[in-house]
Design a protein around this ligand. Structure first.
Ligand code: NDP
Length: 245
């Protein structure tokens, strides 16, 4: 019997960790509101969840646009009466040394990984305050904990978000807000398929294929954080392959 009576909006829900989280939470009873740019993928996911008896809605969402996040949050409130959790999961990874000066890639990572999370906070925070409760769960990365060459900007955006969540937590000790930073290691998803440099891409894909854990494992970690009672906050969770260095 499913017991998770929460309304959860998820960005980057069209593949990988976001998709797995949508399926996991919906199976546990949550109403999920799904955002990403590839709406064909979201359509199929919503159909699957509904066919299994779950509750799901979708909105085309580009997290670099503030208005899209406002629409996603408004959809949750409109359809389900409230928003309990925003999972800020949309992300992009581009791997290259700083000296390559791939400035467009830097901008893409800052816009999606950092600005996108800020847009989610700007949209959901007033709703959380008005409701008297709310939870920001955000996918950061072990890349922000163990710095490796080629990931300076990516790790920088993830660490900026980690800092942001901790500051938000310290500013909100009245019991209204919870923040959780989920830090996955290698997870088998499409994330590095978009790396442009063929050598870097192949190396990252190889690491994912040989070491990577299933996105379902991260989805279960997110569910664990969300399922805690209101007075318990899981501030940070790392979840990585046992064999990852
Ligand atoms: P995927 O590439 O499978 O998923 C990325 C998701 O982000 C997609 O749903 C994509 O949807 C969405 N996205 C990208 N750009 C935008 C945008 N501008 N607006 C809205 N959505 C966007 O990779 P993962 O599942 O691995 O990535 C999910 C998160 O996990 C990311 O934040 C990533 O940094 C993080 N992470 C992943 C790790 C891994 O090893 N896989 C390790 C550590 C952290 P669409 O293209 O349809 O918009």
């Amino acid at each position: 019997m499913s017991t998770l009576d929460k309304v959860v909006a998820i960005t980057g829900a069209s593949s990988g960790i976001g998709e797995a989280t949508a399926r996991e939470l919906a199976a546990r009873g949550a109403a999920v509101v799904l955002g990403a740019r590839r709406t064909d993928r979201l359509d199929a996911l919503v159909a699957d969840i509904r066919a299994a008896g779950g509750r799901a809605e979708l909105a085309e969402t580009d997290v670099t646009r503030r208005a899209d996040l406002e629409r996603l949050v408004a959809l949750a409130v409109d359809r389900f009466g409230r928003l309990d959790v925003l999972v800020g999961n949309a992300g992009v990874a581009r791997i290259a040394p700083v000296a390559a000066l791939d400035v467009d890639d830097w901008d893409a990572m800052i816009d999606v990984n950092l600005r996108g999370v800020l847009h989610g906070i700007a949209a959901a925070l007033p709703v959380f305050r008005e409701q008297g409760r709310g939870h920001f769960v955000t996918t950061v990365s072990t890349s922000g904990l163990k710095i490796v060459p080629g990931q300076a900007i990516y790790a920088g955006t993830k660490n900026a978000v980690r800092t942001l969540l901790e500051a938000l937590r310290q500013e909100s000790t009245d019991g209204v807000l919870r923040t959780t930073a989920i830090s996955p290691g290698y997870v088998r998803t499409e994330l590095v398929d978009h790396v442009e440099d063929p050598g870097q891409r192949e190396q990252a894909q190889q690491a994912m294929a040989t070491l990577g854990i299933s996105p379902d494992a991260v989805a279960r970690a997110i569910a664990f954080a969300i399922e805690q009672p209101d007075d318990v906050e899981i501030g940070e969770l790392t979840i990585r392959p046992t064999r990852q260095g």
